[in-house]
Write a protein that binds this ligand. Structure first.
Ligand SMILES: [Zn+2]
Length: 253
């Protein structure tokens, strides 16, 4: 394989620059979210434990209050006046049953970008003071109300955040999605690293190995040994066409 790389591409400075750029760039991806773990940023995790201490938190829980008006359940924003009134029991006949919440976080993996993203989409309920748990029938009533509230709140928040309400609407569970655009991105990064690695081998390691092999062969022939297997060739002719009686290789460097 004879690859002709441009001189600047084969320079150690350029290779170091590319590898450093990719590593620091991956580190940037890792710090972007506490729940993204880029493979290329793993070396940095020991320095700053980026897996746990990213600078940006994904987003907070999405809480909502469950109100019970003489057996009729409804869901309202936790900051709303009606929830506040029910919690302080100033509205006769309306009981604050508790809080529904979900944690729209996702854990992602990739060489650098979040290629595989795992979403846990579960709606949970915490009963209010002295209130019983929701029965399955009651939960089945309030869950869709909660999900439509979350969807409305996130309708304008971009594709990444909009995925979560859609998964919530599909029911409780865990879903792993592949982000094809980011997969393409990571493949480009991989191709770049492979190109740098191959050029390093072709430009530096392979010539160095060939030089060493030649030096050893010359020394072996000088000591009347086959350069290939070390068999004694004392008294035998050397050169093109002369074969080692032991391994059959030509007795040339
Ligand atoms: Zn031999």
């Amino acid at each position: 394989m004879a690859i002709r790389w441009p001189a600047w591409f084969k320079s150690v400075g350029f290779r170091l620059a590319v590898v450093s750029a990719v590593c620091f760039y991956s580190y940037f991806w890792g710090t972007l979210s506490i729940t993204h773990r880029p493979v290329l940023a793993i070396p940095f995790s020991a320095i700053e434990q980026i897996w746990r201490q990213g600078r940006m938190v994904d987003f907070a829980t999405l809480p909502a209050g469950v109100l019970d008006r003489q057996g009729v359940l409804s869901v309202a924003d936790m900051d709303s006046v009606e929830v506040e009134a029910a919690r302080t029991q100033t509205t006769p006949g309306t009981v604050f049953r508790g809080e529904l919440w979900s944690w729209p976080s996702s854990t992602s993996w990739g060489l650098a970008a979040p290629v595989l993203r795992r979403y846990e989409h579960v709606v949970r309920f915490i009963p209010g003071d002295g209130q019983p748990q929701l029965t399955p029938t009651e939960f089945a009533v309030v869950r869709p109300l909660y999900v439509s509230g979350v969807s409305a709140a996130h309708s304008a928040s971009g594709e990444q955040n909009a995925i979560y309400p859609r998964l919530l609407a599909s029911g409780d569970g865990t879903t792993t999605l592949i982000h094809w655009g980011w997969l393409l991105h990571d493949l480009c990064i991989l191709a770049l690293l492979v190109a740098v690695g191959v050029s390093y081998y072709v430009g530096s390691i392979a010539p160095w190995r060939e030089k060493r092999r030649l030096e050893r062969a010359v020394i072996a022939l000088g000591a009347f040994r086959c350069p290939s297997c070390g068999y004694s060739i004392a008294g035998l002719a050397q050169g093109n066409g002369q074969l080692c009686p032991e391994c059959g290789r030509e007795l040339v460097p």
